[in-house]
Design a protein around this ligand. Structure first.
Ligand SMILES: [Zn+2]
Length: 261
């Protein structure tokens, strides 16, 4: 078959990325299904207060939206802290300030649906995509700010993306929060949520069994619609996600990994 030169180029670009998405979709489904069916224990919703650290405006809802909604339905305090300003999030919009504002508004709307009041939402406004580039001073300032918030709210549970989440902002978020918790000396549980872990890790890194254990599954069946609505509030984000990616977050369970200090 004859393809004009430009179309051929387009096709070459298109096929590998579509194929990649398809492979990632399959890997991700298999891995999460295996964890849900064989590699996890059920988690009972505790009465402990919560602080969720989210690198970008959407990670908290995708990874923890069901947990947040269930906690809030029982009037358990939930605080959400966004580490970056999200400015890298909308490819087609050149005005970074506009992007930041759109994503902030979307996060306030999503969290309102999940039952979190704006007074319990913090934006640390670090530059999106650059968390690993913080110099020593900025890093210490960020850790201090995180520690200050933890000391203020004394959450019984802290949620942060998985330490091998295959996204640098996400992995650095884990490190910053872990150092901050040690600085506070409060007793809390640190739970890790997967965002890119299942999607990217099978192809690019080898996961050790110890990386995905101990895994827990929290049933979110009772508030699934609410989580769906909150995800829909991130309209600027969901249209840019790879095919099949969102499906992972619409399961009847959320997966968390307990951190063993
Ligand atoms: Zn993110």
């Amino acid at each position: 078959m004859f393809y004009p030169k430009n179309s051929l180029k387009k096709l070459q670009k298109l096929v590998p990325s579509k194929l990649l998405s398809l492979l990632q979709n399959i890997h991700s489904s298999l891995l999460s299904r295996w964890i849900l069916n064989y590699g996890s224990q059920p988690l009972t919703l505790s009465q402990k207060s919560v602080m969720v650290f989210s690198p970008h405006q959407d990670d908290e809802t995708l990874g923890c939206g069901g947990m947040i909604a269930q906690k809030r339905a029982q009037a358990i305090p939930v605080t959400v802290v966004f580490l970056t300003d999200g400015q890298g999030g909308i490819g087609s919009e050149p005005d970074k300030n506009k992007v930041i504002q759109i994503r902030k508004q979307e996060s306030l709307k999503a969290l309102d649906i999940l039952g979190v009041n704006a007074a319990n939402i913090y934006f640390l406004d670090k530059v999106d995509g650059r968390l690993q580039d913080l110099d020593e001073q900025e890093k210490q300032q960020t850790v201090n700010k995180i520690a200050e918030l933890i000391n203020l709210y004394k959450p019984g549970e802290i949620y942060v993306p998985h330490y091998k989440d295959c996204h640098r902002d996400h992995e650095v978020s884990f490190q910053l929060v872990k150092v901050a918790i040690a600085q506070t000396k409060i007793t809390t549980e640190l739970l890790q949520y997967p965002i890119w872990l299942f999607w990217r890790s099978p192809l690019f890194i080898l996961l050790k069994l110890s990386d995905i254990s101990p895994a827990y599954r929290l049933s979110i069946a009772s508030i699934k619609e609410k989580k769906q609505q909150a995800i829909a509030a991130y309209s600027s984000q969901i249209k840019n996600l790879p095919n099949g990616f969102l499906k992972q977050f619409l399961n009847l369970d959320e997966i968390f990994f307990k951190t063993l200090f």
